[in-house]
Design a protein around this ligand. Sequence first.
Ligand SMILES: NC(=O)c1ccc[n+]([C@@H]2O[C@H](COP(=O)([O-])OP(=O)(O)OC[C@H]3O[C@@H](n4cnc5c(N)ncnc54)[C@H](O)[C@@H]3O)[C@@H](O)[C@H]2O)c1
Length: 144
Amino acid sequence: MKLTADMSAVVTGGASGLGLATARRLIERGVSVVIADLSEERGNAALDELGPKARFVKADVCDTDQMNAVYDAAEALAPLRALVHCAGLGGPLRVVEKDGSPGSLEKYESIVRINLIGTFNALRLGAARMAKNEMIDGERGAAC
Ligand SMILES: NC(=O)c1ccc[n+]([C@@H]2O[C@H](COP(=O)([O-])OP(=O)(O)OC[C@H]3O[C@@H](n4cnc5c(N)ncnc54)[C@H](O)[C@@H]3O)[C@@H](O)[C@H]2O)c1
């Protein structure tokens, strides 16, 4: 899609890694960016780097009210036309721990929740907002 200075984007997990790199690129193209991330410390550090076109909203991608606050913040800057969903958790997870005990179900549930439920939640709420946008060059927005 065309990236322009009169649009906003939401980047989840934007305080670190893939999300922060994405936020940098969007801002280089003039897009206003709202970073949604759990980490306030990294979110504020990212803002210092990204400058005045960026906002940070502390949010859990699994939480509907918090994600709606993120999209409200983006729409207050400019029409929301892009969502890049990078929030997630990786890392190793053992079925059997080294001491012979069963792997952690809580850890597994937390990873599934963030990576699956959070992805659907962030995408459904963002896409529903963008579906109301005026069509420009055949597009209302993009979510990935
Ligand atoms: N970096 C890679 O090469 C790579 C490759 C394949 C997949 N991934 C996956 O992509 C995702 C992002 O990777 P990364 O390297 O940028 O990781 P990262 O840890 O650097 O960044 C992830 C960000 O997501 C945030 N986050 C975690 N849970 C959240 C939640 N519930 N709500 C809001 N924010 C939350 C974290 O605070 C962090 O800032 C991860 O799921 C990772 O497993 C990364």
